[in-house]
Design a protein around this ligand. Structure first.
Ligand code: BCO
Length: 565
């Protein structure tokens, strides 16, 4: 089929008809890979056309509310119009071209969807980031990626301005704001005057589409680069079984737009199925709002980190029987079996777990109709051949602890990241025999269910955030009180795991009030790097455990936290 398709130039609609024998049922199998694919033309424009032909129901494609009475409902036709305008702004006004990098740092506002799809239409590589990023984080991202453009929100303009002079490649600054900012292009003014006619690029499946910054055990975040395969994978029959979305579904994915979970759950997954993306602005996370929204709106599916379900369960609300909710999915960190039980008891619904990383998208899951084994992250989803491997890439037998590996030889599967941008060393470091080594530890049982155990290195997974210890240690050491520090993961009943810092104080701070100093250090970290990384636990120590060569033994500290010593 691939060979036949390569010989023809297919319109988006024709291609989609070949992909789908009927709406929502792909004809491609899990190992197919057409040469060309573009999420904007092959998915979004297809559904716009279905609307024009009266073949899609009345549900909006996009439904946004902000809790203050503002509401936006866009059809696929409206989205096609607006994202074509965005594409024209990028190309004609900003002079951006296919392959250029664009930093996208917006909260959950409708413009995020316009920018992502506008980028996909033009081949500009979008790099999402959370609005918790601070000036230094933004500087690092722009310098590392040599980003030519940034789209952000008014509150981050000062952060960007404070570092912009150090970013010679950054030519375009676009702001989504109610008022004008000197030196910045106003997103909506440009969109309003742009043409809605745009010809989408014919992207190859292997053309880069997005970059996600992801933390490692040393140094600063790496740039996991994905091609169009990340989006195409959602077409595949195995992936469609994950949520089994229908055009009438309304999916609320609560992930911050900075994470790959949002790109998948707020954009690719729902629109591939032609269903409604529901978004609540949620500027500050509040479990009360989650409960209210699930009662107020006809949401049928939700996708959120375990911490969200946990915090909803901690609410005093007696009634959690949501009227329209049918299916719940979670990912990003471990869901405890007792949390699963409580949710089931109080809502009548199961929570289906997925496992994945910025490098892999969703790698394994308890699919919608699969038997749930509480505490397991389900089975591998094709085309990934997921195995438990040792350090040399040998496949380990069932029920043996090892690393989660995804086969990359002889063929790298669609949906897996292409490489760490500008870093062949980091890319080859995670190649282990025939596998990509995720660095995550797990076992697999005889039925193929994966049992996630945690990281094999010093990376911390707190509340679903992947945090590199060095990022926090570097922030801490900028404070005059800190002589040195070691940052590790520590168990926490509310958040699963949290960041803990062991700190050796400089002598002149030894006599300071310790409670006060902890608060000051926490505030300091929140002010110099994204606040989600701040150490929620701090312990002052006289020295840190070290190897004979002077390397800090983080593992020893972590084991102590988890009571293994
Ligand atoms: O708890 P605190 O109040 O002390 O601190 C919080 C915030 O208040 C604070 N903060 C936020 N913005 C700030 C700020 N402080 C100063 N200035 C600002 N601009 O910083 C702390 C942030 O921590 P948080 O985000 O954990 O806070 P919160 O509000 O309690 O949120 C709870 C969760 C559960 C909603 C949140 O932790 C969360 O969203 N976690 C999930 C992350 C996620 O989506 N992970 C998925 C990654 S993708 C992946 O894993 C691949 C899967 C296929």
């Amino acid at each position: 089929i691939c060979k036949v398709l390569q010989g023809f130039s297919l319109s988006p609609t024709q291609l989609h008809r070949r992909l789908f024998s009927r709406v929502g049922a792909p004809r491609w199998n899990d190992h197919d890979s057409p040469e060309e694919f573009n999420f904007a033309s092959d998915v979004l424009d297809y559904w716009a056309q279905m609307e024009e032909e009266g073949k899609r129901g009345p549900n909006p494609a996009f439904w946004w509310v902000n809790g203050q009475g503002d509401e936006i409902k866009w059809s696929f036709r409206k989205l096609r119009d607006l994202t074509c305008r965005t594409a024209n702004v990028f190309q004609q006004i900003c002079g951006l071209q296919q392959g250029d990098h664009l930093a996208l740092i917006l909260p959950r506002v409708p413009e995020w969807w316009l920018v992502t799809v506008g980028c996909i239409r033009t081949g500009i590589i979008f790099m999402p980031g959370t609005t918790q990023l601070k000036a230094k984080d933004i500087l690092y991202r722009i310098q590392m990626s040599r980003a030519k453009a940034i789209v952000t929100t008014a509150s981050l303009v000062p952060e960007v301005e404070s570092v912009a002079s150090e970013c010679p490649d950054l030519k375009t600054k676009l702001v989504v704001s109610d008022h004008s900012h000197e030196g910045w292009l106003d997103f909506w003014s440009l969109i309003k005057s742009a043409s809605p006619d745009h010809t989408c690029i014919k992207s190859k499946m292997k053309d880069p589409m997005a970059i996600f910054f992801t933390s490692g055990t040393t140094g600063y975040p790496k740039m996991a680069k994905h091609n169009q395969g990340l989006a195409f994978r959602s077409y595949m029959p195995s992936c469609r079984k994950l949520l089994k979305l229908k055009t009438s579904d309304i999916l609320w994915c609560m992930s911050d737009p900075g994470w790959i979970l949002a790109t998948l759950g707020c954009l690719i997954e729902p629109w591939t199925s032609g269903c409604t993306v529901f978004i609540h602005h949620l500027l500050q996370f509040d479990p009360k709002v989650i409960v209210e929204v699930l009662f107020k709106y006809p949401i049928t599916q939700c996708l959120a980190a375990p911490g969200v379900y946990r915090m909803v369960l901690q609410q005093k609300t007696s009634n959690l029987r949501f009227p329209t909710l049918e299916h719940c999915t979670t990912g990003g960190e471990s869901l405890l079996p007792e949390e699963y039980e409580q949710w089931k008891q109080r809502t009548g619904l199961s929570i289906h777990e997925v496992y994945g990383q910025s490098e892999t998208g969703i790698s394994s899951a308890t699919l919608r109709e699969m038997k749930i084994k509480r505490g397991s992250v389900g089975k591998a989803i094709l085309p990934f051949d997921l195995q438990i491997i040792d350090e040399k890439g040998n496949i380990l037998p069932p029920n043996t602890e090892g690393y989660i590996g995804i086969r990359i030889k002889p063929t790298r599967p669609l949906g897996l990241f292409m490489e760490y941008e500008n870093s062949p060393e980091n890319t080859s470091e995670v190649e282990c025999g025939d596998f990509y080594n995720s660095g995550d530890r797990a076992t697999i049982d005889e039925e193929g269910y994966i049992w996630f155990l945690g990281r094999g290195d010093d990376v911390i997974n707190a509340s679903g955030y992947r945090i590199g210890p060095a990022e926090v240690e570097n922030a801490l050491v900028e404070h005059p009180a800190v002589a040195e520090s070691a940052v590790v993961s520590s168990p926490d009943k509310d958040r699963g795991e949290v960041v803990k810092a062991f700190i050796v104080l400089n002598p002149e701070f030894l006599s300071h009030d310790q409670e006060q100093l902890i608060k000051e250090l926490q505030h300091h970290v929140k002010s110099v790097t994204a606040p989600y990384k701040y150490p929620r636990k701090v312990e002052f120590v006289s020295e840190l455990p070290k190897t004979v060569t002077g390397k800090i033994k983080r593992k020893e500290l972590r084991n102590k936290e988890f009571g293994q010593l």
